[in-house]
Design a protein around this ligand. Structure first.
Ligand SMILES: [Zn+2]
Length: 112
């Protein structure tokens, strides 16, 4: 699961998540198609935001979408001026992951 910490960062303050505050809520794997779907919940230890990440893996392609959950009023006010993870960020993650030579689905299955 180390690679998750590598790609997941807070969409609000940009702080890299500590994996101790990250949990996999749900994961599905399809060996036939080399696909996996993972739902992750993270608490940012810096700005205290709770974020859900929906990660989809299709062979070498990895897509990650973050959604803020459990907003406090303070957080909503702060978040109003911020964009959720956008296309550029997803492309950035994708580029980062191109350097990863392993098989994501296999890595995940080992831990599941
Ligand atoms: Zn944060």
């Amino acid at each position: 699961m180390q690679w998750l910490g590598y790609i997941l960062k807070c969409p609000i303050c940009g702080f890299k998540y500590n994996l101790d505050h990250t949990q996999v809520i749900e994961s599905e794997h399809s060996e036939v198609y080399g696909e996996a779907k993972i739902l992750i919940h993270s608490d940012c230890s810096k700005c205290k935001s709770s974020v859900m990440f929906n990660i989809e893996i299709h062979g070498p392609e990895v897509f990650s979408v973050g959604m803020i959950t459990d907003l406090t009023s303070e957080d909503s006010a702060r978040f109003k001026n911020k964009q959720p993870i956008g296309v550029n960020e997803v492309i950035g993650i994708h580029k980062t992951l191109k350097g990863f030579k392993g098989d994501f689905v296999r890595v995940l299955r080992k831990k599941a």
